[in-house]
Each structure stands twice: as C-alpha cells, then as structure tokens.
Design a protein around this ligand. Sequence first.
Ligand code: SAM
Ligand code: F3S
Length: 464
Amino acid sequence: MSDTLYVETQGCQMNEHDTERLADLLVTEAGMRRVDDPESADVLLLNTCSVREKAQEKVFSRLGRWRRYKEQRPDVVIGVGGCVASQEGAAILERAPYVDLVFGPQTLHRLPQLVAAVRAGAGAQVDIEFPEIEKFDHLPAPRALGPTAYVSVMEGCSKYCAFCVVPYTRGEEISRPLADVVAEVETLAVQGVREITLLGQNVNAYAGRLRDGSSADLGLLIEAVAQVGGIDRIRFTTSHPVEFHDGLIEAYREVPELADFLHLPVQSGSDAILERMKRGHRAAEYEALVAEIRKARPSLALASDFIVGFPGESEGDFSQTLALIERVGFDAGAFSFAYSRRPGTPAAELSDEVPDAVKRQRLYQLQVVIGQQQMAAAQRLLGSSQRILVEGPSRRDPREFSGRTSCNRVVNFAGDDSLVGSFAEVRITETRAHSLRGEVVACERPRARPGSATQGVQIAVTDG
Ligand code: SAM
Ligand code: F3S
C-alpha cells in the first residue's frame, strides 16, 4: 500500500508553489497519494513561514496537534520545511523531538530520499543546505492545475532589508537559465495554461544565463515568455524598487501580454525610516520610478507592502507614509504589517521599539486610507468592459464563475464550464468588498491546443 501524504502551507506564493512541486515529486517518485485529512495521513509535512513572529508560533501549535496522531500511529512521519526549518535547523528537533525530518526551501527535491531514510530507521534527517539551484533539475515536469500557473524564475534574495529573514532562510539570489524557464512555460502552455506568474522573492533582480553565456534581465524573460503559443497574460511577483531596469519598463510599453498590474513594495514614505530599513532608495526615487512605469503603461494598477512601527518610526515618519500613499495612489491595494522583530536580522538590534498599541493604531489608519483608494478604483471600473481569464467556479457560489482582470481584480459572473480556460469580455456591474460582479458580453472560443490549425483568439459575441 502506498503512503498517504498531507502537506500544509504557511506564508507566501513561493511557499504555495514549493508545496505543489514537492507534493508532485512525492507522488511521482515515491508513489505517495495526497490526502486532505491530516489525521489519516502517513506522511505529514508543514511548509513554514518565518517572516513574522506570529507565523513562526503557528508552526509549533500545528506540530503539537500532529504529535497526537503520531502517538496513536507511531509510523507516521512528520516533516518541517520552508523558512522556519531553514532558520532553526536541528533546533526544531529539540523543541519537537517527534519531528522526523527538517528540509529547507532549496532541498525539497531531496524529500523522497529523506523520507526513505527515516523509514529505513536512520533516525531524524536534517537537510537545510543551499545547493546551487539544483532543485529545479530534480523536480518532475510541472503539471497544470488550471489555466493559471506559477513558475519560479529565481530563488533567494540579496537585498538584506534590515527587518527581513528571507536572505538568511532562502539564501542569496540565484536565477534559472532563460531557456529552462521558457521550456517550463511551454510544458504548461501545452496543458492549457494561459496565464503565467513569474515568481521570485526579488524577481526583478532576475539575471538568467543565456546560451551564449550572457545574461537576460526580467524584461527579456517576459518577452520570451510572451512568444510562447497560448500564453496571453504574464504577471510577476514580487519586485523591489532597486534594480527595476529599463528593460522591464520597456516591457510595460511593448509587451501587451504583460498584465496591467504591479506589486511594488515601498514599506515606508519616510527617508529616515527607509534608510534604517536599508531599502537602498528614497521615497522620491520610488515615486519617480512609479511615474516612469505609469508613463509606459497608463492603465497600470499599483499594489504595495507597508511596515508600520519599524524601530524609531515617529508620528512624523508615519505621516510621511500616509502622504506618500495619497500622492502615489495604490489602486490595487496593499499588504500592510505591524513590524515584527526577527532574531538574527540587523533591525532586531535596534532599541527604540514602537509600542504595540501605537503599531496597531497606525496599521488601522493606513488600512483605512488604502481601503478608500481601493474602493475608489473599483468604482472607476463600474460599467467598463474587462478582459477576464475564466479560472473556474467561484469559491462562494459554484453556480457562478470567477476570474481576474488584467489589473488583478477578482470578478464573479454567471457562466458555464465551457468558459473555463478562455478569456471573456465581462462588463462590470457591481462592486463588492473584495470582488467585482459582472456579466459576460463576449467570449473567446475555447482554445485548441498549441500547434493545431484552429489555434488563435476568436471572439464570439453573446447576449450580456
Ligand atoms: N520580496 C518578497 C515580497 O515582497 O513578497 C518577500 C518579502 S517579505 C516575505 C514580504 C513582505 O513582508 C515585505 O515586503 C514586508 O512588507 C513584510 N515583512 C518582511 N519582514 C517583516 C517583518 N520583520 N515585520 C513585518 N513585516 C515584514
Ligand atoms: Fe526581504 Fe527585502 Fe528581500 S523585504 S525578501 S530582504 S527585498
């Protein structure tokens, strides 16, 4: 009988993507069967996040529950991966001795061997190295799970923002060769994928090797991906204002497949705080960059990340953040966080911590302002026609279908299964708290597989 596998993910899109890839590997290489119920699984893996303290604490409460399953069935294998694993390593075994294996974000491809070693009685296994991007050569061919897919193009981060654990948990930036990324996109396109999100912790630092030994930036990679038959929409996440090269701005001007959306974290509007955060740019430089990108793509929707309550942040610093938000306009929303002290990062040594109550108050204030901007942007979409990639039935109501606009808004509408995987023109009729509603006015004929004579976009008009 094959082992059953349960994997739980915490944290960012990279972790979600890593989870899918490691599960695929254990299914194809180790013959495991994936299940949704942890209580019945033989192998339990937790892919963890340590960006904020809260996330890290969740790890041990989850492991505590899994320990009970192991007490009932001692053969159960418990593994911890991701950023907490990378940071804590063997220390996890001290706090939770019932854990059998600890693997890092760069060693998940070795899981079949690690599980086999545990099963063979070799004791607890810890493997949290940062081997040179070898993992991509050892993962099975990607499997499409729908019309959209993630593709990792680089790993790690070398920016070393003072507050952030990522460079320590995921290692320095390292990019996959351009041809490897394009080949992966082709494999997905053949399976019906229409939209690709290029993933990296700091994705605009992409520097992929070309066959002639030179290196390609993200703009060039986007152009190459846009050439792949069937790929009609490209996104990338997440970027940093430094190393946002001209080639990438050019891609916003020249590549229609590149979506009208950009997630560009700024963290703060105060130069003093940006400097303490070691972000490598000032507020005015961020604004100038946004202006340049908007010139290349006037329809761009902008999202960002903010941290409030970084050590030493005064009321004056915080009002500069609010002022920047007013000036720039974040029409696609923002991820905002109260600063969380992470041991091992340079900011953890700073003494002038902001009290929790102040952090909460600032977070609330910031979210109100961003919420208003986001709502106003949604109102502007009312009555417009948006090109939606139909992803599947809506989560709330299975009679409804759901997809995203180029500017990354979720839209729900009445439809049927034949639309899934196609682009539809949808007129926006209503705005809701976290989504839009609309009605289909035209849709592309279901797409034939690349290479067939009928490939190509044909719009058939239907009644709205
Ligand atoms: N580059 C990736 C990105 O932007 O998604 C990863 C950066 S980090 C995992 C994502 C966001 O978490 C950062 O932009 C920052 O706003 C936030 N963050 C990172 N460290 C933090 C900390 N110590 N406290 C609060 N927020 C933090
Ligand atoms: Fe973290 Fe800054 Fe890199 S937020 S992931 S160190 S760009």
